[in-house]
Design a binder for this molecule. Sequence first.
Ligand code: AMP
Length: 502
Amino acid sequence: MKIGIDLGTTNSAVAFINEHGAAEILTNGEGERTTPSVILMEGNKAIVGEVAKEASITQVDDTIQFVKRQMGNPSFKIPLPGLNKMINAVEASAIILKKLVQDAEQELSEKVTDVVVTVPAYFDDAKRNATIEAAEMIGLNVLKIINEPTSAALAYYHLDKEKTNQNIAIYDLGGGTFDISIVNINNNEIKVLSTDGDSNLGGFDFDNVIIDYVINEFEDETDIDLYDDDDAMQELRENAEKCKKSLSRRAKYIVPVSSSGHSMKVEITKELFNELINNLVDRTKIVMEDTLSEAGLTWNNVDKVLLVGGSTRVPLISEMIESFTGISPSKELNPDEVVALGAAVQASLMDDNNPNATKANIVVKDVNSHSLGTISLNDAGDDENSIILHRNTEIPCSSSREFYTVHENQQKLSLDITEGEDTDPEYVNIIGTSNLELPPGLPIGSPIKITISYDKNGIVNVVAKDVTNNVDLGEMVIERKSNITQIEMEEKREALLSIEVE
Ligand code: AMP
């Protein structure tokens, strides 16, 4: 069985294609349609989901959450509660995936081997690789990594294949990430025209502004800094989220807070909340505008704005979109489920054996969300980021550019592969470094052609060629910072097997 998984910052969802050929959410072991991406460790047992989320208030040290924000970050390690061991975001994600797949197998009474996993469109190379590693760590075969907004577009199209020549904007604001994609749907083709986002902006940040406000109010009143009280902070985080969700329907909410024998009730009105999150919402507006102009469109050319992600339930989001674009955003798909449903459609497109699989010949054309390049010397002799493959190019894609040796008989070339838009190397990510051997005798200024490719999963490969001698210098193995060796992978897989997940 091939399934689609939306591995979210706060919640995850799983879907498959049912016997009627429709995408359907698989309920988890607790009968719920989404599973909080939270782990509670009890000895050697990892409990994932609602129980873990509830426990996170009182058992801060025993729970792990929000790991998606740390994907691809090699320095992030968290203690595995109860066990004398540190794990990284990939291993924590593997534990969450194990729960999702176990429950799916139970529900389907079938073994799950192949998965499509969604990632924010704005995820960079390291984060995409980390996601694949997490799935492989528990023995899954990743059919494809697909961008969350693209997945949503696929689910939208699959629901009603009659849609022709529509431009839709997919506004995806989840727990921890924001993505916007402009997509054209025409006949059987879903073509992403442009995409952008912010991998550190989501409902989590909305909670944080409430938390900061309450902390300040409490400190003004009592002189007590809540940051020093872990239990109070965890309770406040929980209450801040409740407050935020409640304000999606009500005019005000009272946040109770207590520490060191003092207690207080802090009132948050909807107006105050809107004011507190205004800057964050404005950040998404700027990205929306840039993405639209990258697509070469104006809001008049956009037929629909689809809302995806739990945080789009905040009323200010719809209000902002409507006043900014003149389009009343569509609420026809469940923002918590649509991404997983699209992933299931994608999985079925890649399934030749399943009789229920989507036979419709849907073509999905996606783009890369970051430019790729290398650091070279400019005319003034300073380091500069030179873009080779521009963002918003349809993937899979490949682009080449020539660079020139700077010494007579240069025998080594150190290549930093970058991800980002700026010419200043300080403001781009170095996703890999490689030292190439050059053949002897090359005169100064000899051209070396660098070709960078993105594969269907948005993973980067680099090839270099000595143009003078017309010789391939070989495919460069980029030492991606997130990558682990096969041996390490086996060790981690073994270690995870010893953890019982429920
Ligand atoms: P997702 O990553 O799509 O599951 O989105 C989860 C985020 O949506 C979390 O930050 C939730 O607090 C937020 N969320 C869920 N429901 C609501 C709601 N009714 N109002 C505001 N935010 C919500």
